[in-house]
Design a protein around this ligand. Sequence first.
Ligand code: CMC
Length: 431
Amino acid sequence: MTEAKKTAKLTIGENSYDLPIFSPTAGPDVIDIRKLYGEAGVFTYDPGFTSTASCDSTITFIDGGKGELLHRGYPIDQLAGKSHYLEVCYLLLYGELPSAAQLEDFESTITRHTMLHEQMVNFFRGFRRDAHPMAVMVGVVGAMSAFYHDSTDVNDERQREIASHRLIAKMPTIAAWAYKYSVGQPFVYPRNDLDYAANFLHMCFAVPAEEYHVDPILSRAMDRIFILHADHEQNASTSTVRLASSSGANPFACIAAGIACLWGPAHGGANQACLEMLKEIGGVDRIPEYIARAKDKNDPFRLMGFGHRVYKNFDPRATVMKQSADEVLDLLGIENNPLLQVAKELEKIALEDEYFAEKKLFPNVDFYSGIILEAMGFPTSMFTPIFALSRTVGWVSQWKEMIADPQNKIGRPRQLYLGETARDYVDIEKR
Ligand code: CMC
C-alpha cells in the first residue's frame, strides 16, 4: 500500500474528519474510508460498487475513457498481436514476461497437468444429458476440492501455486468434456504435443473414428479469444472469487463461485445471449424493431453485446476480436452467413444511432467473440464456458495476490437498513 500524501475532509454536522487519499500509479485517486465508521459512526453507500475500490492490485489496469486495457502494464492489443495465451498467463501470475527458459518450464508444467483424475469421469456422467455446460463446470470445478486435497491449503504458498497450475491446465479439459457429454460423444483426452488452444479444439472436435487436424489459423484465433478474456480487474466474477476466498475457502470452491457469477447474461453469459439475440432477429429487416425495443424504457430488452460498466468509448478487446472475426470468417469462407449479416448491420445501425452514442454504448468483446465461436462450430451454450476457461488465469492471479496480501480480511459489506425496527412477536391467532 502506498502512503497517503493528500487528505479529503468530510463534514457531518459540526464534526469533520480527515480521510487519507491514496494516489495510484494510474487511474483516479482513492479516498480511504476504512476508519470512517469507527470515527464517525457512518457507512458509505454504493450499490453495484460504482465508486468503490475493493482492494489494491498490481495486475490489470483499465482506463474506460481511453479504451485502454493493460496487463502488468502491457497493452492488450500488443499481447494479442505478439504473445500467446500461456505467456500471458505467466505474465498475469508472476508479474513479468517470462524468459525463454521460464516460459518453457511453465508450458511444460501446464501441459503435464491437463489430465483429470479418472474418477472425475463418473462425476461428469452423473449430470443429465441436457445439462448446460456451465452447470457442469460449476459442479466439476467445485468438485476438484474433493479430488486434489494436496493443493487446498491456502496458507501454503506451494499448494497455492499447484492449485493455480491445475486450474489453468485442467479447465480446457473440463470445458471440452462438458461439451462432449452434451453431444453424446466420447471424451477426448488431452494431447501433450499440441499447444494450449490447439489441444482444446482437439478435445472438443476430435472423434475416435477419424483423424482431426487443428487448423493453425483457427487455433491462433482460439488463443486470441483466450488472451482477450484473460483478466479484467475487479469485475463481478473476480470480485466474487475474492469475496469467496476472503473467508479462507479452498481455491477450487472459490473459482467455482467465479464461474457461477460469470454465467449471468450481464457478464460472461452475454456472448451466448448475444448470439441468441442475433438468431431471434433473424434478418436485417427486423433490426429497427429490436433497436426500438432497446430504446424503449418500458421494455426490459437490451442489445446484448453492447455497453460496458467501465468502457465508455470503446472496448479495446472488441477491436482485436473484430479483426479476428474477419480473419476466421474469411478462412472459413462464410462472409455471406445470414447471422453475420444481421450482426454487421446491427453494429452499423447502433453505432450511428443517437441513443447509443449518447449513452456511450459500443459493441463489447462478447459481440464479436460469439460470431467467431459460432463460425468455428461451437454451439452457443459453449460460449460462456470458453470465457470461463480463459478467465481462470485472471481469477487465480487475483486470488493469489489477495491471499499473499497481509491486509487481507474477510469481505463483509454493510447495508442501508430500511426494514422494520425491533417489534414484539405476535402469536399466530392474533395476526
Ligand atoms: N442496450 C440498450 N440500452 C442499454 C444497454 C444495452 N445493451 N446497456 C445499457 N443501456 C442503457 C440503460 O438502459 C441505461 O439507460 P438509462 O440511463 O436511460 O437508464 C444506460 O444505458 C446505462 O446502463 P446501466 O445498466 O446503468 O449500465 P451498467 O454500467 O450498470 O451496465 C452492462 C453495464 C454491461 C451490464 C450493460 O451495458 C448491459 O446490460 N449490456 C448488455 C449485456 C452485455 O453485453 N454484457 C457484457 C459486458 S462485456 C463482458 C463482461 O465483462 O462480462
